[in-house]
Ligand binder design. Structure first.
Ligand code: ADP
Length: 455
């Protein structure tokens, strides 16, 4: 069942329960009042009888049970029956000769309590005791059936009102639940139109600060992530094929040229060394792509452990020298804490090391003297800063963010420097994973400085 139907049903059940309870309370109170009023009527009839009929009966001084027919001209407002009993519980007067007998225990109750309400033979009865002139005791009983027409009329009206109420409640419940869910349906309609080819579409969050707006905003965030992931994948696929195709073409043409004619051993050696260089580049690209894919596709699977930042820097320098034999890295540690534990951070050691190596490698690659300077500012609160500076051409402001995009290579270096355009995007992804911010600033003396801020 749809939410709209369920809401309406729930609303209906709740409202009909309340309505039934209220209507029943009204009916019950009305019937109680009617019965009470009827008993009051019986009581006043009994009192009038005591005042008017009883003295006459008393004058007659009945010793035995004698039937006295009521006076034809009696002014009593009879509709029901009124009886008078003597102290032996014998009926000495009755408006209707065929009146049903009153049980003796009820008569005894009237006698002891002097005024008593009771029911017998489906009749409501009121009895009161009275005393004659000569002290003889009598019991006067007025009895009858209350007029049930008003009660049944009210019952019918209430039953009709109940069903009308239910119909009204169902209709309004259906209408308002539809209205309340309308923004949700609008979202569903909008989402249905979003295709993988058009992930730039966004939902309208609406003006109200409600859950629907929250849902739309959350969905928009999800769309942003999906769009980014789609874009990445698209770029990834097209660039991977491009990145692999280029070196393969170069290798192929070098081998073609080498095989065109017989060459000396030295010439073959030079050609093979050049091919080996290209294969090394290719394998580096492949390694970087693998890392990039892992960091992008499943960042949560990457394990973190306590890592000493100073040791990590030295390991990165070692690795840099292996990768780039001509590279020179100058390291400065400032504000070195006394306790080595202050330098511990939670990190994935191989990945973070790779990020540092990439930045230093670039710094050496783009500097004419192949030199990178790393300044580490350690702080006891863990907010360490690493600055990696170079003497290179610098990075123009408009490229400072672009260089972190996957496969972005500055047009200034396309021909002059070998590269893949993956390094810095990999660096950025790894740093994001470690919650480390990175920014590029210009150095006054020329070149750029990459600033990494931890925490
Ligand atoms: P590449 O393999 O091309 O170096 P990166 O992702 O490492 O790929 O860098 C992207 C671009 O950023 C480079 O093409 C280059 O233009 C620029 N860049 C990176 N580091 C430096 C630097 N230290 N100095 C100047 N430009 C740099």
């Amino acid at each position: 069942m749809q939410i709209r139907g369920r809401l309406t049903l729930l609303f209906l059940m709740l409202a009909s329960g309340i309505l039934a309870a209220v209507l029943f309370a009204v009916f019950w109170m009305f019937r109680q009042n009617m019965t009470e009023a009827f008993y009051q009527g019986l009581a006043s009839k009994a009192e009038v009888t005591v005042k008017t009929i009883l003295p006459e009966i008393d004058k007659v001084q009945i010793s035995d049970a004698t039937w006295i027919a009521p006076d034809e001209n009696s002014k009593l407002p009879y509709q029901d029956n009124i009886s008078i009993f003597n102290s032996n519980y014998e009926r000495v007067f009755s408006v209707h000769s065929d009146a049903v007998p009153v049980p003796v225990n009820d008569l005894a109750n009237i006698y002891t309590r002097s005024r008593y309400k009771f029911e017998h033979f489906n009749l409501c009865a009121f009895g009161m005791s009275a005393t004659g002139h000569n002290g003889s005791a009598y019991i006067v009983v007025a009895e009858g059936s209350p007029d049930s027409t008003a009660v049944s009329k009210l019952r019918n009206v209430l039953i009709i009102s109940f069903f009308l109420g239910i119909i009204l409640v169902s209709a309004t419940g259906w209408y308002y639940s539809g209205k309340a869910l309308e923004p949700m349906s609008a979202i569903v309609r909008e989402v249905e139109h979003i295709q993988p080819s058009d992930l730039s579409r966004r939902l309208q969050p609406g003006k109200n600060q409600d859950e629907i707006r929250k849902l739309a905003v959350t969905f928009n965030h999800l769309l942003e992530r999906v769009e980014r992931a789609f874009l990445m994948q698209k770029m990834f696929v097209s660039n991977v094929s491009h990145e692999l195709k280029n070196p393969l073409t170069v290798i192929r043409s070098q081998l073609d040229v080498a095989l065109q004619r017989d060459r000396t051993a030295d010439e073959y050696k030079i050609a093979l060394e050049s091919v080996l260089d290209d294969i090394r580049d290719l394998s580096e690209t492949e390694q970087r792509l693998l890392h990039l894919a892992r960091v992008y596709t499943n960042p949560h699977s990457i394990e973190m452990s306590a890592t000493r930042l100073d040791e990590l820097i030295w390991q990165a320098v070692d690795q840099l020298h292996k990768q780039f034999p001509g590279a020179r890295a100058i390291i400065y540690f400032s504000e070195m804490p006394e306790d080595g534990e202050d330098l511990e951070i939670s990190a994935n050691e191989p990945l973070l090391r790779m990020a540092l190596v990439n930045i230093m490698n670039n710094a050496c690659k783009y500097s004419p003297d192949n030199q990178a300077t790393l300044n580490a500012f350690f702080r006891a609160d863990g907010k360490h800063t690493l600055e990696i500076a170079d003497n290179g051409p610098g990075i123009p402001d408009e490229e400072k963010l672009l260089v972190f995009e996957p496969f972005y290579r500055s047009p200034r270096h396309l021909l002059s420097v070998r590269g893949t355009g993956i390094g810095l995007s990999l660096v950025k992804s790894i740093l994001d994973l470690h919650n480390i911010a990175i920014r590029i600033e210009d150095r006054v003396e020329g070149g750029s400085v990459f600033i990494l801020s931890l925490n």
